[in-house]
Design a binder for this molecule. Sequence first.
Ligand code: T5A
Length: 208
Amino acid sequence: MRNKFIVLEGLEGSGKTTAKNTIVQILNTHGISDIVITREPGGTPLAEELRTLIKQSANSDPPTNKAEVLMLYAARIQLVEKVIKPALKRGAWVLSDRHDLSSQAYQGGGRGIDPWLMTSLRDGILGSFRPDLTLYLDILPQHGLERISLRGKLDRIEQESLAFFERTRARYLQLVATDSCIKTINASQSIQQVNENIKTILNEWLSK
Ligand code: T5A
């Protein structure tokens, strides 16, 4: 089987970090061990610096919505060109915690940036480059935020209103419904049930 680019998506606290380990284990059972794991924003030195700027809350000059989306795309293309495409080219599999769907949901849905601008940025910066499979972990915002509140201080985006995350989830659901390469998992279930769902979806997809 040709190597693939797999992405995990979902709101904060939906369990992406937790699911990453499960996916690696499943890939390993299929004899796939050359796996590059990355995250967005981040994954290269420059993109990690942009991540810090995007997430930091104590900032006297917070980015405007459009500055934020441009920083995210700067980080994304740096990662795609410097890490993801070279890894795919040499035959590795790539597993990323978030990718473009996050921008479409958070900046397009949550921030309300014009859909034309969001589509133009995606197509202009990434061209036709898309993940082979996206696993979207769906959770009610309140539930996800409760989970992450246990770990203490929240970053700039995590401090957004519940309405922001509701708009973000609504956009996720809208986009997921129109793309057969995105599979939805109910992330409110127990970790064991989520892992079972991931296993079923991934095994079926890998066997095709
Ligand atoms: N962003 C990012 C944008 O706005 N636009 C973009 O284009 C991009 C790429 C990234 C931030 O940037 C924004 C979105 C984000 O706000 P981040 O730190 O990477 O910041 O944030 P997240 O990706 O949201 O990471 P989180 O750690 O917050 O969420 P995870 O990884 O989904 O959740 P996880 O696995 O760490 O789990 C959280 C807690 O819940 C528990 C875990 O044990 C953990 O304690 N948990 C469960 N508990 C019960 N049942 C389950 N099923 C559970 N699954 C996990």
